[in-house]
Design a protein around this ligand. Structure first.
Ligand code: ZN
Ligand code: MN
Length: 476
């Protein structure tokens, strides 16, 4: 029997706005609990919400990046439920009339590019946080996060493996980061992912019950939870066992998904129109002005790097993978024109020394220094190997390349007279090599070049040594 995996994702992203969604409380992470709250975000009677325009702009940016249809009119509803972290007793959301529908993100798979459709994008607000203490067996509430703006993005169930889900999430995260829509820090909860997964028996068409895994907060957890569910659900199907739909959570320690609740009936949130907020109107002029101010999207940048710099798709991919790397490349490229050589140096020698696992990366190198170094190599002032050495010193100790080249005595001797003198000496010292050369053994040339390099402590320009040696041997 073969089984097809069906995965859909629901992603909540906290928006990087200055203030909260419906009040003027500061929107930021951490800090002293309950210091960024007001009657509006605490849901006090009589307090009225006012929509923050920045939230709408960020939602438009995301919807544009995901190729979605943005609606001229959208509306907020109240989603009623009781939970200690939700003082109002309802969440303001857009389940029924969202700001955008029907888009996609394209991911690369082994079989080529694949479009993962996005069904919906809605604006809503975050809840507070419950802080459980095992020691004192108490729960304390921090409401600073109440009313922090979110967009919820719902994909179609178009992913068929953990790897595809990871790629989708990665692309989405990168896109929102580049746009500045969110800081997308999963560890701080700025990006949270729910996974919906079930299997389909490809022979019989029979499907397992959908499991919904809530609030995954790392790529690794998403991948492992999907892989765990694939195995668990396949076992159930093979045994012919049926299961009601479950809501689960991922237990990182036990390495398994755990049932939180069984879904015998659909949740009834008693959605009602949010009467305190009017409809959200978005016209063409607003969309246009938002789009004009948008940062370049990853796919667009990837294409531009290939087109404008003549780079291979692979090199362009490496350089545009991180914003900081792309920015550095372009800064050097403004001063140095062999873009392919530059791409090789950055993806090799430079990135080898940069910690790309960090969320924020810094390239500890000045663009003008790398440009200077590469020109020095092109002009044969220093050898390629000497260039690598200078780069290493620049990273480890700093300084200027010109000064390092001088101090380390790395300048190549390209003075014909000086090299010629050494060449004549070397040929005179190696009569047997001359005989071999005359007998057609070209290989000895390499040996003799080596001797010249050794005699000049590696400073002779090797091409020049080669050329002069050849001439000297012809004379013998
Ligand atoms: Zn507030
Ligand atoms: Mn939601």
């Amino acid at each position: 029997m073969s089984y097809k995996t069906i995965v859909g994702l629901e992603i909540h992203v906290e928006l990087a706005t200055k203030t909260k969604a419906f009040c003027s409380c500061e929107n930021s992470f951490g800090g002293e609990p309950n210091t960024r709250v007001c009657p509006v975000c605490m849901g006090m009677p009589g307090a009225l919400p006012v929509l923050n325009e920045e939230v709408v702009h960020k939602a438009i940016e995301a919807a544009t990046a995901f190729h979605m249809t943005i609606h001229p009119v959208s509306r907020f509803q109240r989603k009623n439920y009781f939970y200690p972290d939700l003082t109002k007793g309802y969440q303001i959301t857009q389940n029924h009339e969202p700001i955008a529908n029907d888009g996609y993100l394209e991911i690369d798979t082994e079989a080529g590019p694949k479009k993962i459709r996005i069904a919906q994008l809605q604006m809503e607000e975050d809840t507070g946080k419950s802080l459980h203490s095992e020691e004192t067996n108490t729960t304390l509430m921090d409401y600073n996060r109440c009313g922090v703006p979110l967009i919820e993005i719902v994909s179609q169930p178009d992913m068929s493996s953990a790897e595809e889900a990871r790629k989708f999430l990665d692309k989405l995260r990168k896109t929102l980061k580049v746009l500045g829509v969110s800081d997308v820090k999963m560890a701080e909860g700025s990006l949270r992912c729910d996974v919906n997964i079930n299997l389909k028996n490809e022979q019989t068409g029979e499907r397992s019950s959908i499991a919904e895994i809530k609030n995954l907060n790392s790529f690794r957890a998403v991948v492992r939870a999907i892989e765990f569910e694939e195995a668990r659900q396949q076992k159930l199907m093979e045994a012919g066992e049926e299961e009601v739909r479950t809501t689960r959570r991922w237990d990182d320690v036990a390495n398994e998904t755990v049932v939180m609740r069984y879904k015998y009936t659909a949740n009834d949130y008693r959605f009602a129109p949010e009467g305190d907020l009017g409809p959200v109107f978005v016209d063409e002029a607003m969309i246009q002005s938002v789009v004009e101010g948008m940062n370049e999207l990853p796919d667009v940048k990837l294409e531009r790097f290939q087109r404008d710099y003549g780079l291979s798709p692979y090199d362009a991919g490496v350089l545009t993978e991180r914003d900081e790397i792309a920015r550095f490349f372009e800064e050097v490229a403004a001063q140095y024109e062999d873009y392919n050589s530059l791409a090789n140096w950055i993806s090799g020698e430079v990135l080898r020394r940069v910690d790309t696992d960090d969320e924020e990366i810094t390239i500890g190198l000045r663009a003008e220094d790398l440009a200077y170094l590469l020109r020095a190599i092109d002009e044969k002032k220093i050898s390629n190997n000497a260039g690598k050495k200078v780069l290493r010193i620049l990273f480890e100790e700093g300084g200027s390349p010109a000064e390092i080249i001088q101090r380390e005595g790395l300048e190549q001797v390209s003075d014909t007279g000086a090299i010629e003198k050494v060449v004549v000496e070397i040929v005179a010292q190696n009569p047997e090599s001359v005989t071999q050369w005359k007998n057609g053994k070209d290989r000895v040339l390499g040996f003799l070049v080596g001797q010249v390099m050794k005699a000049t402590k590696g400073k002779a320009n090797p091409q020049m040594a080669n050329e002069l040696l050849r001439r000297e041997l012809e004379k013998q």
